[in-house]
Design a protein around this ligand. Structure first.
Ligand code: IMP
Ligand code: MG
Length: 178
């Protein structure tokens, strides 16, 4: 598995430091509120698990699963809901947690869906931001790392369902998908 990684983009230590920092910011920003964290399956699970332990507030978590049609390394923009939220979020302060903001298609779809669900507020926290690839104007409220236009895996991110368990973020060698 490690042989498929061309280089390490974000180390375990950097991840820990930044996730702790973002968790503290979220704690300050939502003080006095009751937060609902919505993770987008499956890529966000590792990040979400670490992040919630750095947020010192009463909170609940819920998950959504969506599929975006397209090739394995880029999406076409068509999004389908595979799993909706378990709990109602009307009137709640919702923070969406995602692994990576790429074209922005998936997240703009999810953000619009939260408007329909009449949440009190809606913000976006992404582990990685790839602004070069944006096709929909969407800016994260919290982003841990802004990265260049490379296909990355690890810390929850996959290629063809693999590599999610790598403890760091690595650039996948082109030979793996070309
Ligand atoms: P978007 O709709 O184009 O913003 O795509 C977002 C989704 O594409 C993410 O939730 C990831 O599942 C996937 N994705 C985009 N870039 C990468 C990457 O570099 N590595 C792994 N998955 C990626
Ligand atoms: Mg994926």
């Amino acid at each position: 598995m490690k042989n498929d990684i061309q280089s390490i983009l974000v180390s375990e230590e950097e991840l820990k430091r930044k996730v702790t920092e973002v968790g503290k910011r979220i704690t300050e920003d939502y003080r006095g509120k009751e937060l609902v964290i919505v993770g987008v399956l499956k890529g966000s699970v590792v990040f979400l698990a670490d992040l919630i332990r750095c947020i010192d507030l009463p909170l609940s978590i819920d998950f959504m699963a969506v599929s975006s049609y397209g090739s394995s390394t880029s999406s076409t923009g068509a999004v389908k809901i595979l799993k909706d939220l378990d709990m109602p979020v009307e009137g709640k302060d919702v923070l969406i947690v995602e692994d990576i903001l790429d074209s922005g298609m998936t997240l703009s779809y999810i953000m619009n869906l939260m408007v329909v669900k009449k949440t009190a507020s809606i913000r976006l926290c992404t582990l990685l931001d790839k602004p070069d690839r944006r096709r929909v104007p969407i800016t994260p409220n919290y982003a841990c790392f802004t990265i260049p236009n490379e296909f990355v895996v690890g810390y929850g991110l996959d290629y063809d369902e693999r590599y999610r368990n790598l403890p760091y973020i690595g650039v996948l060698s082109r030979e793996v998908y070309e």
